[in-house]
Design a binder for this molecule. Structure first.
Ligand code: XIL
Length: 334
C-alpha cells in the first residue's frame, strides 16, 4: 500500500469516511483501508434501520461495519442517536395510532440509546448524539420536529444523559449542517452553551461540512471553529463533501444539467480544488481544536448527492477510485 490520506495527516487529525456495508467487501475496501483510519456508518446506525420495530433491533449491517473497523484498527464514529429524519414512525405512536406522551417518548428514547450505545461500547469512541435539532429559519430556534413537539427542548439534554450513562467514556457530539451561516451558528452556539452551562455531558460539535464550490467563506469557517472550541468543546468535521454545483463564475451560477449524466467540467474542478485547499489549510491551522475529519462517501462513483437528480463529483477520489487533483492539493503541504 502507498502513503494514504491518513498518513499525510498523522499528527493532525483522524481521516474518516462514511460507508455502507457493501463497500467493505467490494473494490472500495482497498481505498478505505489505504486512506482512512476512521469509519462512520452512512445509514446503518440510524434509528429506523437499526430499530425498525419497538421490540426489534436489526444489528447485522452496523455490526459488520464495527467489525471491519476493529479488524483494520480504525476508529468508529457512531451516527446518530436522535434525529428527526430516518426515525421510525412507531416511535411516536401508541398501538391505537395516537401520539405518545412525553414520558413515553423519553422512555423509548432512553431504551433506544441505552441499547445501541451499550452494544457498540467497545467499538464506537464518539457519538453524534443529537443531529440537526436547530431550525434553518433565523426567526425560529429549535426545529419543529416530533421530538420537539412532544418533549419540548428537554429531549436534547436527555439524549446526552442517556448516552453518557450507557458509555461514560464516549465523546458526545451535537452535529449539524450550515454551521458556518452566522444566524444558524448563533443558535447552535446558544444550544451547546446552554447544555454546557447546565452540566449536560456534551464534548464536541460536529460540523457536517456539506459544502459546495462557493461555500463556506474562509472567515466564517474559522469563526465557527473558534466559537465552538471557546466553549471547551472539540470540533470534528463529520460529513465532508464539496458539491460542484452552486459555484459562481463572474456572477454566473454553474447549474450543470439536471440529469444523471452531467460531467465534471474543468471549471468545476478548479473551483472545487480551491475550496478543498482552503478548508484543509484552515483545518491544519486549527489542529489543536479539530480532532477528526470524515468524508461522506468514498469516491465520486457514488455520493448521496447523486440522489438529488444530477450527478455530483464532491469527493477526493474519482469515478475510478483514483486520487483527483484536489487530493494532491490536500496532501501537499509544508
Ligand atoms: C444521508 C445518507 O447519505 C443517505 O444515504 C440517506 O438516504 C439520507 O441520509 N446529514 C446527515 C446524514 O446527518 O445522516 C445524511 O446521510 C446526510 C445529511
Amino acid at each position: 500500500t502507498t502513503k494514504g490520506l491518513k498518513d499525510h495527516y498523522k499528527g493532525y487529525f483522524t481521516m474518516g469516511v462514511a460507508v455502507a456495508p457493501r463497500s467493505l467487501h467490494g473494490e472500495d475496501s482497498a481505498v478505505i483501508v489505504n486512506h482512512f483510519n476512521s469509519l462512520t456508518a452512512e445509514n446503518a446506525m440510524k434509528m429506523e434501520p437499526i430499530h425498525p420495530k419497538e421490540n426489534e433491533y436489526y444489528w447485522k449491517d452496523a455490526d459488520s461495519i464495527a467489525a471491519f473497523a476493529k479488524k483494520h484498527g480504525m476508529k468508529l464514529r457512531g451516527h446518530t442517536l436522535c434525529w428527526h429524519a430516518q426515525a421510525p414512525s412507531w416511535m411516536f405512536k401508541n398501538e391505537k395510532g395516537d401520539t405518545v406522551s412525553k414520558a413515553v417518548l423519553l422512555q423509548r428514547l432512553k431504551e433506544h440509546i441505552t441499547t445501541v450505545v451499550n452494544r457498540y461500547k467497545n467499538y464506537v469512541y464518539a457519538w453524534d448524539v443529537v443531529n440537526e435539532a436547530i431550525d434553518d429559519n433565523n426567526s425560529n430556534y429549535l426545529r419543529n420536529t416530533a421530538w420537539y413537539r412532544i418533549c419540548g427542548e428537554e429531549f436534547i439534554a436527555k439524549a446526552f444523559e442517556y448516552a453518557h450513562a450507557a458509555d461514560p467514556k464516549a465523546i458526545l457530539f451535537y452535529n449539524d449542517y450550515n454551521t458556518e451561516m452566522p444566524g444558524k451558528r448563533d443558535r447552535i452556539y446558544r444550544l451547546v452553551k446552554s447544555l454546557k452551562d447546565a452540566g449536560v455531558p456534551i464534548h464536541g460539535v460536529g460540523l457536517q461540512g456539506h459544502w459546495s464550490v462557493n461555500n463556506p467563506p474562509k472567515e466564517e469557517l474559522e469563526k465557527s471553529i473558534q466559537m465552538f472550541s471557546s466553549l471547551g468543546l472539540q470540533v470534528q468535521v463529520t460529513e465532508l463533501d464539496v458539491s460542484v454545483y452552486g459555484g459562481r463564475q463572474g456572477g454566473q451560477l454553474i447549474q450543470g444539467q439536471r440529469d444523471t449524466t452531467a460531467t465534471f467540467t474543468p471549471e468545476m474542478e478548479q473551483l472545487q480544488r480551491d475550496k478543498y485547499k482552503m478548508v484543509f489549510d484552515v483545518f491544519r491551522q486549527h489542529k489543536d481544536k479539530i480532532t477528526g475529519v470524515t468524508f461522506w462517501n468514498v469516491s465520486d462513483r457514488y455520493s448521496w448527492l447523486d440522489g438529488r437528480g444530477r450527478k455530483n463529483y464532491p469527493l477526493l477520489f474519482d469515478m475510478n477510485r483514483q486520487p483527483k487533483k484536489a487530493y494532491w492539493d490536500v496532501v501537499s503541504f509544508n
